[in-house]
Design a protein around this ligand. Structure first.
Ligand SMILES: C[S@@+](CC[C@H](N)C(=O)[O-])C[C@H]1O[C@@H](n2cnc3c(N)ncnc32)[C@H](O)[C@@H]1O
Length: 445
């Protein structure tokens, strides 16, 4: 044979050079058939895979139901294989945007797969309670629900509490009944009724924080949309509202770009895609006989949480990364549409308080207070997993991961693990985020 490959290439035994599966499972993969997802390749993912496996290596039946990073356990497909196959828009492999994670395009979401592995490392179960004090669009609540772990989410932004509430409740609707009813609804009329609030926004009156998301949901339907599909279950009406909010966000962000479309087209497209996802969730739940754990969503301040001392078993959260990102501006269309004042919210949000140099000092103060609150509500020996970006102000890294580590002993944390995750694309200013795991000691001061 002529040419470049005249000689047959010697097969290189790559597995002998670095048997990753062997490292992750500490040799167990030689005894039992295990397989990581093909797209698990980053160092932090392999570290998390090892950490979750270490907790369940003696109970592979449970591990198959819970794992985030393994595609197969003891020769059978894992539950995550099926759950992440319920695809959503913008999904990357098995890591994000599956199930209801993709409902509403919130800009600051973290990845469901990573959250699930952290919950596995904490070995929380149906008798535990997990807290996310900066719940945002509810990623932690959705992951807890599919692991059958009850959870509590807190956020200062009522609009995000609404999104988190709906994404969690949508996991357990009676889908066949929902679809039958929805197909009988005059959907163009529903769309027109929702657009009236755009043209003529009514302010939404909410009680002072803290309050439960159910109270807000009641207020929204009574004050803003009393005539929209009034005979439907509230959770079904909520899904219609979320589809509209999603369309509004797409419309706002894509206006003036090549992907711009009329609001009604976004509504129709999202409608079809939401139904597809909800049907997928229904199917996978039936197939796996998978329970969905309850979640409480509280609109409140992470700096003064309405929770008793030592009341939660684990925390998985991601606070505002910096003073550079304006979370209120990002969601202005949503807040304005729901008749919520943005100025008052700005004064309560971590990272947005104060001006100039003062703002960084206030961020520092608030991050310290939020760590103190997390420690207060965490049970002894409970873990807090805090995902935080590498904050850059001006040209300087402020390294709040290091700050949290320094403060941790003062707040009774006695063990720490840090993992580093590269940020590919997205915010060019942030190169890494850190997953900081802190364990509360068993004899708090
Ligand atoms: C990085 S985002 C969390 C995103 C979330 N992990 C998700 O997957 O959607 C940070 C959140 O902190 C919330 N926040 C800011 N200040 C707060 C405060 N004082 N109390 C509670 N939540 C606050 C913001 O509204 C925002 O939703």
């Amino acid at each position: 044979m002529n040419g470049l490959f005249a000689e047959p290439i010697q097969e290189i035994p790559l597995t002998e050079i670095a048997d990753i599966l062997d490292w992750v499972t500490e040799g167990k993969s030689k005894e039992v058939s295990l397989k990581l997802f093909d797209d698990v390749s980053m160092v932090y993912e392999l570290q998390l895979a090892k950490m979750e496996f270490s907790r369940f290596s003696d109970d592979l039946r449970t591990f198959r139901q819970r794992t985030a990073y393994f595609e197969e356990v003891a020769g059978e497909k894992s539950w995550h294989f099926y759950l992440s196959a319920v695809e959503g828009k913008g999904q990357i492999g098995h890591s994000n945007q599956y199930l209801t994670h993709w409902f509403y395009p919130y800009k600051g979401k973290f990845h469901g797969q990573m959250v699930k592995a952290l919950l596995n490392f904490m070995a929380v179960n149906e008798g535990s309670t997990v807290l996310d004090p900066f719940v945002g669009s509810g990623t932690t609540l959705v992951e807890c629900a599919t692991l059958n772990v009850p959870s509590i989410g807190i956020d200062i932004n009522p609009a995000l509490c609404l999104v988190a509430h709906i994404k969690h409740r949508a996991l357990s609707i009676d889908f066949p009944e929902f679809r039958r009813t929805i197909h009988r609804l005059p959907l163009p009329k529903v769309f027109r009724q929702f657009t009236r609030q755009l043209e003529n926004p009514k302010p939404l009156q909410l009680p002072p924080v803290p309050f439960e998301s159910e109270e807000m949901v009641r207020a929204i339907w009574e004050q803003l949309f009393p005539d929209v599909a009034p005979d439907l279950h509230t959770e079904w009406r909520n899904i219609l509202l979320l589809i509209f909010l999603h369309a509004l966000s797409d419309f706002t962000y894509l206006e003036g770009t090549g992907k711009a479309k009329p609001l009604e087209s976004f509504w129709q497209d999202n409608f079809a895609s939401y139904l597809q996802t909800l049907e997928g969730i229904h199917r996978v739940r039936e197939m796996l006989s998978m329970p969905i754990a309850s979640a409480r969503v509280l609109c409140g301040d992470a700096l003064a949480m309405p929770l008793p001392d030592s009341s939660v078993d684990g925390i998985v959260t991601s606070p505002p990364y910096s003073i550079a990102l304006d979370y209120v501006k990002n969601d202005e269309h949503l807040l304005t549409y729901l008749g919520l004042p943005t100025d008052a919210l700005r004064r309560q949000m971590i990272g947005l308080k104060g001006h100039g140099k003062q703002r960084l000092l206030m961020y520092d103060h608030d991050m310290r207070q939020s760590l103190s609150e997390m420690s207060r509500v965490l049970k002894p020996l409970g873990w807090a997993a805090i995902v935080l970006g590498d904050v850059v102000v001006g040209d300087q890294r402020t390294d709040f991961c290091q700050r949290l580590l320094q403060w941790a002993p003062e707040f009774d944390f006695d063990q720490a693990i840090t993992l580093r995750r590269p940020i590919l694309g997205g915010y060019a200013r942030l190169r890494f985020e850190y997953i900081l795991l802190l364990r509360k000691g068993d004899s708090p001061k």
